[in-house]
Every structure is written in structure tokens, then in C-alpha cells.
Design a binder for this molecule. Structure first.
Ligand SMILES: [Zn+2]
Length: 193
């Protein structure tokens, strides 16, 4: 089991307990000292994902990875950040202990992680999965993005924001009109409906 943070292969088990259908182990990385949890169980059935149209399909790691990659295109993320994100989501999915999970719930998990990871990727992903039903949540998201935008090197960052309409940042007035931002040209996987 590799450390999800530094990828070191050695860890020591500091706690181990039986769960209903497996063993949960608390581990500590020998190299960086970070603690993480592994959940070991005999694979009896694959995790099923319930889509919004009620179709079911087997959980597909590549599909999740690709939808996150699309949201993160040209974002200055550290190497391995997306792998780690997918890994964390899978731990979370296992922790639910469920055999079936709605695709919307997986989307929400990703959104929560991206929110702290990268504001642009967050907005790209959330606008597909959440449709920003209410104006307030979209405003919040754009304001968070604006804050992050102004706190980084503007020149360097603007080169990395090809999908974001510059006018979003121009005036407060524009910010109050969410439609200006809704023009983001996004398509992630087949979740867009
Ligand atoms: Zn480590």
C-alpha cells in the first residue's frame, strides 16, 4: 500500500479493527509520517453507480478520472493531484459501505474536493454537475474564483484561464449578472444533459 501523499511503499499499522465486511487499518507512512486509512475486504461485487436517468452502471475509475481531468485542463495543479483526488474519492466511496451510489453523490464529493483545490476547476465541474440551480450558489462560486484570481500573479494566471470570460472579473456590476459567467464553454463526459 503506497502512501497517498508521498507514494512511499512502507507504512506501519497503528490501529486495526474489524468492520462488518472487512478490516479497517489506520496506517502511518514511514517516510512522511502522515496517517491514512485502508479498508480491506474481499471483493464480492462491484460498486454500482445510479445515473440521473435511473440507469445503472459499474463504477468506472477511468471515467471519473477523465471528467476530473477535463475540469482541470491547463490548471496549475501539482503532479499527482488528480490521482490523489480520485484515490480520496474511492476511499470515501468505500467508507459509505454502499453497494450502489447515485452519480450525483459522487459529483458532490468531487465538487467538495475541487472547491479547496482549484477554484476554476471547481466552477467548471460544478456547473456541469450542479447546474447552479440558484443564483446565490453561482455568485458564491464566482466570488471565490475572483478572490483566488486576484491573489495570484495576474499575468501568469490569465494565460491559464482560456475558458473563463475575462469580463467576469471586470466589475462588480457584471458579477451580479450570473449569465455573464454561464457562458463558460464546458462539456464534461456524458453527464451534461
Ligand atoms: Zn508518506
Amino acid at each position: 500500500m503506497h502512501c497517498p501523499y508521498c507514494n512511499n511503499s512502507e507504512s506501519k499499522v497503528i490501529d486495526s479493527r474489524d468492520a462488518t465486511d472487512g478490516v479497517r487499518r489506520r496506517r502511518e507512512c514511514i517516510r512522511c509520517g502522515l496517517r491514512f486509512t485502508t479498508y480491506e475486504r474481499v471483493q464480492t461485487s462491484a460498486l454500482m453507480v445510479a445515473k440521473r436517468d435511473n440507469r445503472r452502471e459499474e463504477y468506472n475509475r477511468e471515467k471519473l478520472m477523465s471528467s476530473i481531468q477535463k475540469a482541470c485542463v491547463k490548471r496549475p495543479l501539482p503532479t499527482g493531484a488528480i490521482d490523489k483526488l480520485v484515490h480520496d474519492i474511492e476511499i470515501q466511496l468505500q467508507d459509505t459501505g454502499r453497494a450502489e451510489i447515485p452519480s450525483v453523490s459522487i459529483g458532490e464529493m468531487v465538487i467538495e474536493h475541487l472547491r479547496t483545490m482549484d477554484p476554476v476547476a471547481y466552477i467548471r465541474f460544478a456547473s456541469v454537475y450542479r447546474d447552479f440551480a440558484d443564483v446565490e450558489s453561482f455568485k458564491e462560486a464566482v466570488e471565490a474564483l475572483e478572490k483566488a484570481y486576484h491573489s495570484t500573479d495576474k499575468e501568469r494566471d490569465s494565460a491559464q484561464l482560456p475558458l473563463i470570460d475575462e469580463t467576469i472579473f471586470s466589475t462588480k456590476k457584471r458579477l451580479r449578472k450570473p449569465r455573464a459567467g454561464l457562458d463558460l464553454n464546458i462539456s464534461i463526459g456524458d453527464e451534461k444533459r
